[in-house]
Design a protein around this ligand. Structure first.
Ligand code: ZN
Length: 489
């Protein structure tokens, strides 16, 4: 077989386990896995010895160029996808949100225009239902267009995005009918509004500053809303996915619901795994405001356990970048902070360093939570999400322990700050391939913007997840015997 490219001698992570050897690529696809693939004339060989070869990461929760909180998020499809590539991300799923009067189809068109000509990596969107009565009859048409995931927000009335129980219930019925999935931002709107109103006084704002953000969002604000969304999923049989799970209580609710057969899945985000709300105490505490906010160390521990035990299926980022200047809009009032963090560039490094090197999850689990599961759940498997014959050649090659210091000045994101500034992280991509093409080389972005493609889908949710359980791959070779073990002693 003619190979255009061989990734040589790496520690290759596949759904069937890891092996030391080669990945063969023809065109945009992985066509061979082997201990020693043979290069022909013209085959480009990329040395991966001493490195892990991982499936490209799918960040299934990003907001690029999003109008939000009175401004527009600072990473667009150009900088956002370049940042992703440097962190080994090869697919993003954004949220297409209808502006006032827009149909779901117009929202998708708006987001396609944002991405076209700019995206370095592949992409698609979750379609946001913000005005249920108007959008309900449009859902089927979006499924026919290749969109299988929808989103509703249980908060954000002021943005015009909020869905009530009638909308959640009715949309979940639609999800059941079409075999599609509803993503939900679960926070309890009325109680949250009440807690914010009670604290919104000049005295308290002077005294507590940005700490009022966590003070007004106790864990029950998330837990109650997750409980309610789960109830409607259970009642309707509609597939549900809780985005940016941040609390121990919420994780317990998901676990219990899954145990009784509710078709609910959950993701958390990297920031909830490595930060806690002590970040709000510093002078720059307001920079860390995201929604929901980072919680307590016990929540961090529960989320890691949920990843390992299985009730948390995915790690994403909820990337929604704002610069220092944008964050300064708060001017002492925490309700005016543009909420969101940069994340695409540091997703893999954070989860690799704090998860794998930190002894909390294995390398196989990392590939599952960052690549394989998101692809399976979002209806992109087996094209995306795993190193196997027939899949797109989307790969992230990382050094097992060489770390780099996080510094905004050397990063691709438009953020002029980082929640992780000064942290030493391993796991930045030395090489990233997207559909067979090298887009990051020697830790630098070399790919051409606009090469990314929109990804149509036909399925999603727990059904897609269960139907796509990876089989052991017959083509996967036996591990190569280690040289030192072959009789040197
Ligand atoms: Zn989000």
């Amino acid at each position: 077989m003619r190979l255009d490219r061989i990734i040589k001698g790496g520690n290759v992570v596949t759904p069937a386990g890891t092996f030391t050897g080669d990945v063969g690529i023809a065109g945009e696809k992985i066509v061979a896995l082997g201990a020693e693939l043979e290069a022909g004339p013209g085959t480009d060989v990329i040395d991966a010895s001493g490195h892990h070869v991982l499936p490209g990461v799918l960040d299934v929760h990003v907001h690029l160029e999003l109008p939000f909180c009175g401004t527009v998020s600072a990473d667009d499809y150009r900088t956002g996808t370049r940042a992703g590539a440097r962190g080994g991300v090869t697919t993003v799923i954004d949220f297409a949100i209808p502006y006032a009067g827009d149909s779901l189809s117009q929202a998708a068109d708006n987001w396609l225009r944002k991405a076209e000509g700019k995206a370095l990596i592949d992409y698609t969107f979750h379609i946001c239902i913000t005005r249920y009565a108007e959008h309900k009859p449009q859902i089927k048409g979006m499924v026919d267009r290749g969109f299988t995931t929808f989103k509703e927000f249980m908060i954000y009335e002021s943005e015009g995005w909020q869905s009530d129980d009638r909308a959640l219930f009715g949309t979940l019925e639609q999800m059941r009918e079409h075999g599609t999935m509803l993503l939900v931002h679960a926070e309890s709107a009325r109680v949250l509004d009440e807690l914010i109103a009670r604290h919104h006084t000049p005295e308290l704002m002077t005294r507590y500053g940005a700490r009022l953000h966590p003070m007004t969002r106790p864990n029950f604000v998330e837990a109650e809303a997750i409980q309610r969304a789960v109830q409607w999923s259970e009642a309707t049989g509609g597939q549900l996915y809780i985005v940016h799970l941040s609390t121990a209580e919420g994780t317990d609710i998901i676990r219990a619901a899954q145990a009784r057969g509710v078709p609910v899945l959950a993701e958390t985000c990297a920031q909830y795994l490595v930060l806690d709300d002590s970040v709000f105490e510093g002078k720059d505490g307001h920079l860390f405001a995201c929604c929901p906010q980072v919680k307590k160390p016990k929540d961090v521990e529960r989320l890691w356990k949920g990843l390992h035990d299985g009730e948390v299926s995915v790690v994403s980022t909820d990337t929604c970048t704002f610069t220092r200047e944008q964050k300064a809009m708060w001017d002492g009032d925490w309700t005016k902070i543009p909420m969101g963090l940069p994340g695409l560039e540091t997703l893999l490094p954070l989860v690799y360093t704090h998860g794998v090197l930190g002894g909390r999850i294995t390398l196989d689990e990392l590939a599952m939570k960052l690549s394989t599961n998101p692809a399976r759940i979002m209806g992109l498997y087996p094209r995306k999400g795993a190193i196997m014959v027939g899949a797109d050649a989307d790969l992230a090659i990382i050094h097992p322990n060489a770390s780099r210091t996080v510094s905004p000045s050397t990063m691709e994101t438009n953020a002029d700050w980082s929640p992780y500034e000064g942290w030493e992280l391993a796991g930045f991509a030395r090489t990233t391939l997207s559909r067979g093409e090298v887009i990051v080389d020697g830790y630098k972005v070399v790919g051409r913007e606009g090469r990314g493609q929109w990804l149509p889908r036909t399925s999603a949710g727990l059904e897609a997840f269960q139907a796509s359980r990876p089989e052991p791959i017959p083509e996967a070779p036996a591990p190569k015997p280690r040289a030192a073990a072959a009789g040197a002693r």
